[in-house]
Ligand binder design. Structure first.
Ligand code: 13P
Ligand code: ZN
Length: 288
């Protein structure tokens, strides 16, 4: 009976909504041209009941050590993308490209319950993901997803635009009317750093305490959300604004007019969002 139950569980995990969502999101991100090769990674926090519907929690395939302890996430379950896996291929080989893991009691390792076939490992950006989950859960109990992607126009913008958070954010807000409503807390920006390290994880998480979008210059962006759609939609909105910025900047007539600071304030009032005051103390050269 137990064997039969295990077979049914193992088979049906591929149909789990959270596996399907990971397959769809990674494919869409690749189609958008954001995630070339193995670029990008996603982690989705799962409720225990969601996992138990498909997997036996006592069947640990292997344990993977962590170099950065995350006791705050002890016994929490995640589905994550694997390191070196191509987003293009997640739909074809989900069991190879994705993994369902549980953080150990002491937070010093993760237990693999499904996927990452062979000797696959979770994304090399797990430090940034886990530390950002901790920061976002402290800020918002509905938080579930961290998504990292190499969004083309946001990366392009980190070469042509000043890298201060206020002016970068305001440029994005002024490119599409809805931006200030979708990310009123603005966009955080780190200095360029080597990816995949505990240091970038700590600094990203520090920014995540007050933001849901963190730009890694010349590399990509991280977005946080209460669902895959939420995090995806957030990044998509910022990326669309960056695309418009890159389009208008390359136009030979330059920018003729834009949304004003006063109009941003009107928008914030109309949609009942509160961008921090610091955004309205700095006049921008070209875009105010
Ligand atoms: P992983 O394949 O290890 O997830 O790394 C991809 C990436 O985008 C690193 O920043
Ligand atoms: Zn990356």
């Amino acid at each position: 009976m137990k064997i039969l139950q295990d077979m049914v569980r193992d088979h049906s995990v591929l149909n789990a909504p959270f596996v399907q969502e990971m397959m769809d999101a990674t494919y869409d991100m690749w189609r958008f041209g954001w995630d070339e090769r193995n670029g990008g990674n996603i982690s989705l926090l799962l409720e225990e009941e969601e996992v138990l519907a498909y997997l036996d929690p006592d069947r640990v395939i292997r344990t993977i050590g962590l170099e950065f302890p995350v006791q705050e996430l002890s016994n929490r379950y995640f589905i994550v993308t694997g390191s070196g896996k191509y987003f293009k291929n997640v739909r074809k080989y989900p069991e190879d490209c994705l993994g369902i893991i549980r953080v150990s009691e002491e937070g010093k390792s993760v237990e693999l319950l499904w996927g990452l076939a062979g000797d696959g490992r979770p994304t090399s950006e797990l430090a940034s993901h886990f530390m950002s989950h901790i920061a976002r859960l402290n800020a918002d109990s509905k938080h579930r997803v961290i998504m990292h992607t190499h969004a083309t126009n946001l990366i392009a913008m980190t070469f042509t635009h000043a890298l201060d958070e206020v002016s970068f954010t305001k440029t994005l807000w002024k490119m599409c009317t809805e931006c200030v409503v979708v990310f009123p807390e603005g966009v955080a920006i780190l200095p360029w750093m080597v990816p995949g390290t505990d240091l970038i994880g700590k600094q990203t998480a520090a920014k995540m305490e007050e933001h849901k979008l963190v730009v890694w210059p010349h590399h990509g962006i991280l977005g946080a959300g209460s669902s895959i759609d939420d995090a995806f939609g957030l990044i998509e909105t910022a990326e669309k604004a960056a695309q418009i910025y890159m389009l208008v900047c390359s136009h030979k007539g330059g920018i003729q007019q834009t949304i004003t600071d006063g109009e941003l304030i009107e928008l914030a009032k109309a949609f009942d969002v509160r961008p921090p005051d610091r955004f309205f103390h700095l006049k921008q050269k070209a875009l105010s």
